[in-house]
Design a protein around this ligand. Structure first.
Ligand SMILES: [Zn+2]
Length: 333
C-alpha cells in the first residue's frame, strides 16, 4: 500500500473494534458451570494473525496520539491503526493484554459503567451464553411463553420485528438470530428484556451474579491497564441503545458513565464508544457535556482530520479485510 500524500487526502487511522477474544479451553472460568462452545469472538490465534497483518501494513498508534492529532497537535503516520475493545470483558485482561504486550501495542478498553457497580451480567452477554446452550428457536419460544405467562403479555412481539432492520443491525448473524436479538434489543421495553432474559438465564445457566465477577474486568484490571499505558473509556452506563432512551435518560446514562470512571480511576480525559454504535445529536451533546473527548460509532470508515470527534468511525474485526481490500483497490475512497 503505497500512497503519495495529497493524493490520498491526508493521514488516516483505521480504528478496529473487538469484543470477545478467547480460546475455548479458557472457558468456562474456574468455579462456573461448563458451557458448550458457541460464545462468539476471535481465538487468540486469529487475533494475533489480524494484528500482525495490521502491523505489517500500517503503524499502530495509541489514543493519546490520535487525540493530540485531532486537536491539531502532533502528527500521525500517513496510514495507521488503533485497537479498541468493547464491553469490559475479562477476555481483555486474560487474553488481549499479554498479546498487546508481546507486540508493544496500546489499546483502548471501553467499559459499561454498570458492570463495575452492579455485579450482574448484561442482558447482551446473558443472551450469548443462552445461545451457546439453546438454539434460537427454542430460546424465542421460551422468551415468548415467559412474557405470556408471567407478564400476561399477549403482544405478537415477533410481528413487531422488521426483518430487514434486524438483518441490517445484526448483519453478521443468520436471520433467526438477527430477529431474536433485534426483538430483545430494539423492540422489548428494556426493563421487560432485563427481567425476561434474567429469568431464562437463571433457568438454564444459573445466577447471573455468580458469573459477573468472572465475565468482566475489575477495577484492579482497569488500573493495571492504565498503568501499562492503555486507555480506559466509557461505553454507556446501562449498555442500552440510545435510540431507545428519552433525551433525559440518555444524558443521565452518559453522565453516570463519566462519574463512575472518574470515581474509580481519576479525572483523566477519556474517550467513549456508543453502545450498539447508535448516536444522534443528543448523544454527541451528552458526551461533550459529560467531559468525554471523543466518541466512537460503528460507521465503517477511516478516521480523518475532518472527522466529527463525537462521531468517529470504527470498523469491526470481521470487516477489517473488506476495508483493507477497498483501500488497496481504491485508495482515494
Ligand atoms: Zn457493547
Amino acid at each position: 500500500m503505497s500512497h503519495q500524500s495529497g493524493e490520498s487526502g491526508g493521514p488516516r487511522c483505521l480504528v478496529v473494534m473487538y469484543h470477545y477474544v478467547h480460546d475455548q479451553e479458557t472457558l468456562p472460568r474456574p468455579g462456573l458451570p461448563s458451557i458448550p462452545p458457541g460464545i462468539p469472538g476471535l481465538t487468540s490465534r486469529d487475533f494475533r494473525v489480524q494484528i500482525d497483518r495490521l502491523c505489517a501494513l500500517m503503524e499502530p498508534i495509541d489514543w493519546p496520539t490520535l487525540y493530540a492529532w485531532m486537536c491539531g497537535r502532533g502528527s500521525i503516520p500517513e496510514r495507521c491503526f488503533m485497537l479498541t475493545f468493547d464491553d469490559g470483558l475479562a477476555d481483555h485482561a486474560e487474553t488481549v493484554l499479554p498479546i498487546l504486550r508481546e507486540r508493544g501495542l496500546r489499546g483502548v478498553f471501553f467499559v459499561p459503567g454498570v458492570i463495575l457497580i452492579s455485579h450482574r451480567l448484561l442482558p447482551a452477554h446473558e443472551l450469548h451464553l443462552l445461545l451457546a446452550l439453546l438454539d434460537e428457536r427454542t430460546l424465542e419460544q421460551e422468551l415468548l411463553s415467559y412474557l405470556a405467562q408471567h407478564k400476561g403479555d399477549d403482544t405478537d412481539w415477533m410481528a413487531s420485528v422488521d426483518p430487514a432492520a434486524a438483518q441490517a443491525m445484526y448483519y453478521y448473524e443468520p436471520p433467526g438470530r438477527a430477529r431474536l436479538k433485534y426483538l430483545l434489543t430494539m423492540r422489548l421495553p428494556p426493563d421487560l428484556r432485563l427481567e425476561a432474559v434474567d429469568a431464562l438465564f437463571e433457568r438454564h445457566v444459573g445466577a447471573s451474579a455468580r458469573w459477573a465477577p468472572h465475565w468482566y474486568l475489575s477495577w484492579d484490571d482497569l488500573a493495571k491497564m492504565e498503568s501499562l499505558g492503555h486507555t480506559v473509556g466509557g461505553h454507556g452506563y446501562r449498555h442500552e441503545p440510545y435510540s431507545r432512551m428519552t433525551p433525559a435518560q440518555h444524558r443521565e446514562d452518559v453522565r453516570r458513565t463519566a462519574a463512575v470512571l472518574r470515581g474509580g480511576l481519576g479525572p483523566d480525559i477519556r474517550p467513549f464508544s456508543y453502545p450498539y454504535g447508535q448516536c444522534d445529536e443528543e448523544s454527541c451533546a451528552a458526551c461533550r457535556e459529560a467531559g468525554f473527548a471523543h466518541a466512537f460509532t460503528t460507521e465503517r470508515r477511516w478516521v480523518t482530520r475532518g472527522s466529527d470527534v463525537f462521531r468517529l468511525p470504527r470498523v469491526d474485526t470481521i470487516d477489517v479485510e473488506a476495508v483493507l481490500e477497498k483501500e488497496v483497490s481504491c485508495p482515494q475512497s
